[in-house]
Design a protein around this ligand. Sequence first.
Ligand code: PMP
Length: 468
Amino acid sequence: MDLGPQGAVKDGAIDPAKDVAHLIHPYTNLDAHASRGPVVIERGEGAYVFDSNGKRYLEGMSALWCASLGFSERRLVDAATRQLATLPYYHVFNHRSHPAAIQLASRLTAIAPEGLNHVLFANSGSEANDTAIKLAWYYNNALGRPKKKKIISRWGAYHGVTIGAGSLTGVPAMHADFDLPIANVVHAEMPSWYHGARKGESREAFAARMLSSFEALVEREGPETIAAFIAEPVNGSGGGVILPPPGYFEGIQRLLRKHDILLIADEVITGFGRTGRMWGCDHFGIRPDMMTVAKALSSAYMPISGTLVSDAIHDAMKAESRKIGAFAHGVTYSAHPVCAAVANETLKIYEERDIVGHVARMSPRFAERLAALREHPLVGETRGIGLLGAVEIARDKAERKPFDAASGVGPYIQARAMEHGVIVRAIRDCVAVCPPLIVDEAQIDELFDGLRSALDDAREWVLEKGLA
Ligand code: PMP
């Protein structure tokens, strides 16, 4: 075989047999992969990526909800290169620091929700949420409340895959066989009106019922045993873009305050303008004690995440570390200089180009094109905010009934969309869209045109197979 410099075959194709032989793919049916082989993405340009056959796709998911500035932002390449040439690696353990870390910590806390003035960096959203669990425990140990340790998460939440974050994640398939969740993690209901409302129940009545169910859970577990509650302001990949019903977060926060329970906001998807405001929290009056960020922090060009904490938590951390001698936590690549430099440049670009304002300006077109899909015979509901949306596929629209789980309608739509040149994401029978924040109106149209064609194909397929 005629291999190019990186092992690529010179005609531009990649040997899929090597992928199948050696590369383990996350979130993939590993058995099916052996016969299907990989879709190899070779390069990116703006909001588009190109596969090894040269086919172009509009990346309607920003890859994994992350490549906010698209796939060819030169300034990020230059920022990484400059940092690599100056100081490719250093750490922030034991009183050491470096300019990129200091700049990023101050830049990030300056735009963070009020009161979150301190940040601890790591590499992934999972680590940021694991850190948040540890800090909730550390905080209560520092305050002399060793029993206050449970973390409430929600069914359908996605907070990552590590042992702690994977326990917070409320997706049963991610617990089964991995021996999760760990002790001290409890799940509340996800307030998804479409999936959970009773017949004729208004969104307000549904929110009230979710709140009393939450209060009952807190009482059952014992508030004195509960350290924190974690939630995505808008749930992303676990439940399929679930927006909170009216009054939900207000009610939750009243309860948390009453029982001295910390609120952790997971802004890994919703942060940095995705929703048309800087933070998902900004839409719902959420005042978190901790907040986790990743993905768009560096436009995903380098792996970096952060756990931001309030002054009160930071004070407790200082007091406890004085007692013990050190704050005994951290990873080698915490505030990695190259990642931090790229994140700094990303945040500069957001500000200079008013990316949050751009998303707000693009949102009406996105919302209009998304809502228009409700007329489609396969669509039970559409949900969205900013440049984040989902289409719920239904077998019976009026009854809000999904297709049989095994029917594979969602994955079929995802595959057809790729044929039509757009990448969307099937979460069971919900189809999510989350394009780069730099898209223009023509690209929003292109995304929804492709998705509509895929839905039309699926309608025919469903009728042919007798699934409807
Ligand atoms: N939180 C949320 C809301 C996420 O969507 C994700 C990843 N999709 C994570 C945490 C975990 O991030 P990572 O995959 O970087 O560990």
